[in-house]
Design a protein around this ligand. Structure first.
Ligand code: FAD
Length: 345
C-alpha cells in the first residue's frame, strides 16, 4: 500500500483516485475549488445554472461506458441531450442553421454538469480523503517522500507518490516549484509538448421571456458557429431538468480567445454580446450577464500518450490534455495512470 496524493479533483483526478483506492492505496485528493468537477462546471445563478465549461459529453470508450452504467447511482445523473445542429454562413454571408443528424448520443450531467464527478468523488469526501479549497503551491522532496505545501505555506502531508491531475501549464508550474533542478523532471517535457487554448465564456439570461409562450430567438438550441468570435452557443434552458428561464452560454473561438486573453472584461463582453445577437437574432438586453475566462480550456496539441509516470521521481501526470480535449479523454487518462500503479511496487 502506498500513500498517494492526487492534485486536482476534475474527471481525471477523481477517476484516478477512485481506482487507486480500489487497488488498496491510501489516497488524498487536493482541490483548489470549493468542490469536485473541474471544467465539468456549473455556475449557479438566481436564473438557473449554466454549464459554463463542458457542455456535454460523449461515450466512445467501453470502460467509460461501463463506469457510467455500473457505478451505483450514476445513470440517473446523466441525461441525453440533443446537441446536433451546425450554423454556417451562406454565400451571401447570412447565418443559416443546418440540422446535423447526431452520430452519437450526447449526455449532460443532471441536475448539473458537475453532478457526475461530485457523485464519483463522494466516497472520497465521506472518507475524509478529499480536501477542497486547498490549492497546492509547491512540492518538496523530503528523503524518499514528497511533501505538499499549500498556498498558505501549510504542509499538507508527506506522500510516496504524487499524481498531478491538472492542466499542463499548472503541472509544469508545480514541478518548477519543487526546488529540484528542472532537468530531473522528465514530466516537464511532457507538459511542454502540449498546446492548450483559453476560452472566453459568456452566460446570458433573459428572465423576462415567459417560459411556455414560445422560445425567444432561433428555434434551435445549439450551434457550432463559423462566426469569427464565437465557436459555440447553447440554450441552457433546453437541457433536461434545468430551470426553464431562457439562458444561453456563448463560447468564444480558441483563436479569438487567445487573441483577446488580455482584454478587459467589459470590452470582451460587449463584443461577444454583439456576436451573439448576430448569430441568434436575439437583440434584447439580457437581465443577467456574466463572463468567465478559462485559461486552459481546450487542448490544441495533445501529448499523445494516455498518462505519464516517472518511476524515479514517483510523479504521474493525467488529464484530458495527455490525449485530447474531451471529458472522456480525462476519464481514460486518469484510469490508465491509476491502473499502471495498481500493483504496489
Ligand atoms: C469552455 C469549455 C467547453 C468544453 N466543452 C466540452 C464538451 O462539450 N465536451 C467535452 O467532452 N469536453 C468539453 N470540455 C473539456 C472538458 O471539460 C475537459 O476535457 C475535462 O473536464 C478535463 O478534466 P480534467 O480532470 O483533465 O481537468 P480539470 O477538469 O481541469 O480538473 C483539474 C482540477 O485541478 C484543480 N487544480 C488545478 N491546479 C490546482 C492546484 N495547484 N491545487 C489544487 N487543485 C488544483 C482545478 O481546480 C480543477 O478542479 C470543455 C472545456 C471547457 C473549458
Amino acid at each position: 500500500m502506498k500513500n498517494i496524493a492526487v492534485i486536482g479533483a476534475g474527471m481525471a483526478g477523481v477517476t484516478a483516485a477512485r481506482t487507486l483506492v480500489q487497488a488498496g492505496h491510501r489516497v488524498s485528493v487536493f482541490e483548489k475549488s470549493k468542490g469536485a468537477g473541474g471544467r465539468m462546471a456549473t455556475r449557479d445563478t438566481p436564473y438557473g445554472g449554466f454549464d459554463h465549461g463542458a457542455q456535454y459529453f460523449t461515450v466512445r470508450d467501453e470502460r467509460f461506458m461501463r463506469a457510467l452504467n455500473e457505478v451505483p447511482g450514476t445513470q440517473a445523473l446523466c441525461k441525453p441531450w440533443s446537441a446536433s445542429s451546425v450554423q454556417v454562413r451562406d454565400p451571401l454571408g447570412r447565418v443559416i442553421e443546418v440540422p446535423k443528424p447526431p452520430r452519437e448520443l450526447h449526455f449532460v450531467g443532471a441536475p448539473a454538469m458537475n453532478s457526475l464527478v461530485r457523485h464519483w468523488a463522494s466516497p472520497l469526501a465521506e472518507a475524509g480523503q478529499l480536501f477542497c479549497n486547498t490549492s497546492v503551491k509547491a512540492l518538496r522532496r523530503k528523503g524518499k517522500q514528497w511533501q505538499l505545501v499549500s498556498a498558505e505555506d501549510k504542509v499538507l502531508g508527506s506522500f510516496d507518490s504524487v499524481v498531478l491531475a491538472i492542466p499542463n501549464v499548472q503541472a509544469a508550474y508545480l514541478l518548477r516549484q519543487s526546488g529540484a533542478p528542472a532537468a530531473q523532471f522528465k514530466a516537464l517535457a511532457a507538459t511542454e509538448a502540449v498546446s492548450v487554448a483559453p476560452c472566453w465564456t459568456l452566460m446570458l439570461a433573459f428572465p423576462l421571456v415567459q417560459p411556455g409562450l414560445g422560445q425567444m430567438g432561433p428555434q434551435w438550441n445549439v450551434a457550432q458557429s463559423t462566426h469569427h468570435r464565437i465557436a459555440w452557443v447553447a440554450r441552457e434552458s433546453s437541457k433536461p431538468g434545468r430551470s426553464p428561464i431562457e439562458r444561453w452560454t456563448v463560447q468564444a473561438s480558441a483563436a479569438w480567445s487567445q487573441e483577446h486573453v488580455q482584454d478587459d472584461e467589459a470590452r470582451v463582453e460587449a463584443k461577444l454580446l454583439k456576436a451573439f445577437a448576430e448569430l441568434t437574432g436575439i437583440r434584447a438586453e439580457p437581465g443577467f450577464s456574466q463572463l468567465h475566462l478559462w485559461r486552459y480550456a481546450k487542448t490544441l496539441q495533445a501529448a499523445g500518450q494516455a498518462y505519464f509516470w516517472d518511476e524515479e521521481q514517483h510523479i504521474g501526470l493525467c488529464g484530458d490534455w495527455l490525449i485530447g480535449h474531451r471529458v472522456e479523454d480525462a476519464f481514460v487518462s486518469g484510469l490508465s495512470l491509476a491502473l499502471s500503479l495498481q500493483a504496489p511496487a
